[in-house]
Each structure stands twice: as C-alpha cells, then as structure tokens.
Design a protein around this ligand. Structure first.
Ligand SMILES: Cc1cc2nc3c(=O)[nH]c(=O)nc-3n(C[C@H](O)[C@H](O)[C@H](O)COP(=O)(O)OP(=O)(O)OC[C@H]3O[C@@H](n4cnc5c(N)ncnc54)[C@H](O)[C@@H]3O)c2cc1C
Length: 465
C-alpha cells in the first residue's frame, strides 16, 4: 500500500517524496504535467536558496527576528523560526542528494545558488540549469528508492474517511482514478495560474498580469483542502517582479530583466503623474501595489541618467542594457515636462511630483512624503540629471504567497485551528510562511524544501499517523 500520496512534482513535492522514501515509506507523486520535463516553477527557478533575501546559513535567531519584524507578526515566530532553522538543513540535504551549489554574486543571499545557475541571459533559459537539474536528480533518486512519479495525473479532490485524509481522486487521460494512502501532501504550487482565483484575491484584471513562471499552479490543492475544512491565509499577496509590458508577447523580456533596480532608486507613478507606493519597500511590494490600481497596466517608473547608469546596471541581468536591447519600452527626454507629454501623463502633476521628491531627498524628509519613502534598504536617488527616463511596467506574477494554513510540521490546519489528520502541505501551496500586509518575502525554494522535509519526517515518525 502507498504510504503517502504527494500532489505535485516541484521542489516541495519531490523533497517530501524523497525524504519519506529515505525514511522507509512508499511514496507516490501525482503530477498533472504529462511531459517528461513537465513545466513548473521549480523547473524555471533562478535557484537561489535564501531565507528572507539573506544568507540561508545566517544565525537562525537573527533570521527569525527579521522575518517576524518585517512581516509585522504575520509570519508567527514558530513558523519563522522553522524556516530560519531548517533552511540550512535543506542545502545540506540537497547536497547529499547530489546537487551542487555556487556563489552567484557578492550579495549575501546569492551565497547558495543551485548550479549551473538558472539566470544566465535575458528570457527563459532553464534546460540543463538549476531547477531542471534539481528535478531530474530528485526524480531519479525517488525511483531508486522505490517511489514513483505518475505524470498526467491531476488531483481533483481528497478522500476523507473517519475524519482522516486518506487519498485522492484524480483525473488521467484514461479517466478518473481513486488512489488511497495513509496520508496526502499537497504541493501543487499555488494559484497564480487560475485567473478566477487571481481575480478573486489579487487583481481585478488577471489578464493584464504576466505569468512570470510556468503558470501551472491552478489552486487545485487549496480548493480541495478548503472543501474539507482547511483554513486559507494570506491569499491576497504574491511573489513577482516589475516587467516591461512587451513581456506579454516577447519571451526575451521575462523572467529577466526586471525593472526593480530602477524602481527602487527612482519613483513609481500612476496615470495621474503621482506616486502611490513606497518604492523603498522593494520590487515585490511595488508589484503587489500595482495590482490594486484600477488599471494595473498604467504605472510607470521614472528616473534620471545617474540612476540608469548606476542602479540600472545592478543585478545579474540588469535593465541597462537588457531592457531596450531586448525590445522593452524606454522613453527618454531632456525635461520632466516633455517626458510627461511623451508618456501621456499630466506634465504639471509629474513635474510637481518629481520636485517634491527631490526636495524631500535634499531635505532628508522622504518619510514625510505621501506616500512616505523609506531609505533603509533601497537607497533613494534624486531625479535631477538629464536625460530623464520613463518606462511603462507590467506586473509579473511568479507565485502566490498565500494558501493553506499549516503548523511547523506542514500539517494542514482547519478553519477552527485544529490539525486535519493525514493532510500535509508544502511549498507555494502553503499560507502563513510569507506575505501578509507587509508582503514579506521569505523565499519560494526554502518554503518547498523546509516544509517538504518537515512533512515527510512528521508523517514517518508518526508512521503516517
Ligand atoms: C523564473 C523564476 C525564478 C525564481 N527564482 C527563485 C529563486 O532564485 N529563489 C527562490 O527561493 N525562489 C525562486 N522562484 C520561486 C520558486 O522557484 C518557487 O516558489 C518554487 O519552485 C515552488 O515550488 P513548488 O514545489 O511549491 O511548486 P511548483 O514548482 O510550481 O510545482 C508544483 C507542481 O504541481 C503540479 N500540479 C499543479 N496542480 C496539480 C494537481 N491538481 N495535481 C497534480 N499536480 C499538480 C504542477 O504541474 C507542478 O509541477 C523562482 C520562480 C521562477 C518562475
């Protein structure tokens, strides 16, 4: 008999399956993709194993404090400390599985990056790289351990008997199948690929967002879990970046380059020529704020020559020179007024916005702007040195941050807060590990690795009980 059925063959699912098999359990992974190299975000990943954009090996107590403080308590101390403490173990475990790591840049969070790196040039470039190697390695290891991945099998609903989750009803090309086990792990990757759920929770216009990933998270897991009483948490936030609008049809413009380095140094404006978000909170936060605009395709980033030549060249695949080179729009003018006319926003309003921002920058009063501008993490620069630039932006949604509430073992929690026996959740399907009102970004790979290991170990220890 199968001990555990895992829904989804990304990092979360394959980590859970391999760890369960290592511990003597019979593991079966159901994967909706039918291709041998089925697409998923883990296949496309950049491969940086970080916790909260810090070195995953940092002092766990310090990492925990940072996650709890920055998320303003949305991520509980227990869950934050689970991620902070176990992140390093994920790296070691993956090394033991045969994965190699490299240092991708001098930034602390780039210390542990899957090799060969998943970010080598503009556009999508995954074959033989970080995530592709990871899935092949973990898939092969699972087979050697007696487990299996059943592709072309899309889980539809959970089987519950005597109050315990004990299987899955799934759809295959041959029809519906009923598969039973002692426990189920949901690891289906979030709901970014489900326009109805995105419309319900994130943005009124999902068609204006670019899938900055495989788009294979359909929200099936949270729908199934919710049907048996699971609690959903933090559903309105996502991990993503600021792309050029041309990324909608030009595959050289996603997942990289993104415009975050210039947006966090200059200003972001709406169609009225005014700022509407604190750019100092980072690109993921700005992306979330843009989705709440009446028209999420109406925001621009505005900056000057010094920003373009400075932060514009930051990052592994920076906007300068890749944005214009690959066909992304970049407008340039000798004055802010002409720039405003070029991009079709009121020139008086934009001139006033830039003047107020520059004055606050000079006077050290950025915190008094509406909205305020933080300066601790991303250094604000004045917009004074022509030529001046504006770039329209399109939000790229990579994966949703919210999902099924879990405890520190990855056990699914009910609306009432009790454990749902036999049901575990890992990776982007979880809720409460990142996001919340402050859009705290903990890290997609670490969520998959940590909760994959924890879920497998808990159900093995309890002999799936
Ligand atoms: C371009 C890019 C770069 C990234 N870079 C980084 C990075 O550097 N660091 C980082 O931490 N994170 C990064 N991320 C995010 C990270 O890769 C993801 O958060 C993580 O891989 C998610 O893993 P997962 O296993 O939860 O989901 P996925 O990898 O999405 O796997 C879920 C699987 O479940 C399957 N599935 C869905 N529904 C069903 C169903 N009903 N039945 C059966 N199967 C189903 C899907 O087909 C998919 O294969 C990046 C993502 C992208 C796209």
């Amino acid at each position: 008999m199968t001990d555990v059925i895992i829904i989804g063959g990304g990092i979360a699912g394959l980590t859970a399956a391999n760890r369960a098999a290592q511990l003597g359990l019979k593991a079966l992974v159901l994967e909706q993709g039918s291709a041998e190299k089925y697409l998923c975000n883990s296949r496309f990943t950049g491969g940086t194993l970080h916790v909260f954009m810090r070195d995953i090996m940092d002092d766990p107590a310090e990492l925990t404090r940072a996650i709890v403080a920055t998320s303003n308590g949305f991520v509980t101390e227990l869950l934050a400390s689970t991620m902070a403490t176990e992140g390093s173990r994920v790296v070691r475990w993956l090394q033991d599985e045969g994965m190699r790591f490299m240092k991708a840049s001098a930034s602390a969070h780039h210390r542990w990056v899957l090799a060969p790196p998943g970010r080598s040039r503009p556009g999508l470039d995954w074959e033989g790289r970080a995530g592709d190697v990871l899935l092949r390695t973990l898939g092969d290891n699972l087979t050697k351990r007696g487990g299996a991945i059943q592709r072309g099998t899309r889980a539809q609903s959970l089987i519950v008997e005597n109050g315990r989750c004990c299987g899955v009803v799934a759809q295959t090309a041959a029809g519906e199948v009923r598969l039973t086990a002692r426990a189920v792990v949901i690891a289906d990757g979030g709901f970014q690929g489900n326009p109805d759920l995105v419309r319900q929770y994130i943005c009124a216009h999902p068609e204006k967002l670019k899938q900055r990933g495989a788009g294979t998270g359909y929200g099936d897991g949270l729908r199934m879990a919710s049907a048996i009483g699971a609690k959903l948490i933090g559903m309105d936030r996502f991990y993503g970046h600021l792309l050029a609008p041309e990324a909608m049809s030009n595959d050289r413009l996603w997942p990289y380059p993104y415009l975050d380095p210039v947006a966090t140094a200059g200003i972001v404006i709406g169609p009225d020529g005014e700022r509407f978000v604190d750019e100092g909170r980072g690109g993921v936060y700005i992306a979330n704020a843009i989705t709440k605009l009446t028209d999420p395709s109406s925001a621009f980033v505005v900056f000057d020559h010094a920003i373009w030549e400075g932060p514009g060249r930051n990052g592994l695949i920076p906007p300068n020179p890749h944005l214009p080179k690959e066909g992304g729009s970049l407008f340039k003018a000798d004055s802010i007024a002409v720039l405003a006319q070029t991009i079709g926003v009121p020139d008086g309003a934009l001139t006033q916005t830039v003047q107020a921002y520059n004055a606050a920058h000079t006077g050290g009063t950025l915190q008094s702007l509406t909205p305020p501008r933080r300066a601790e993490k991303y250094k604000p620069l004045p917009i004074t040195q022509g030529p001046f630039y504006a770039a329209p932006m399109c939000v790229g949604i990579t994966n949703t941050m919210g999902g099924i509430a879990v405890n520190e073992h990855g056990q699914a929690l009910s609306v009432g807060g009790s454990i749902i026996p036999g049901l575990y959740v890992a990776g982007a399907a979880t809720g409460g590990l990142e996001g919340g009102p402050e859009v705290a970004y903990t890290g997609g790979l670490v969520k998959g690795g940590v909760m994959g290991l924890r879920a497998a170990e808990h159900l093995a220890q309890a002999r799936v009980g």
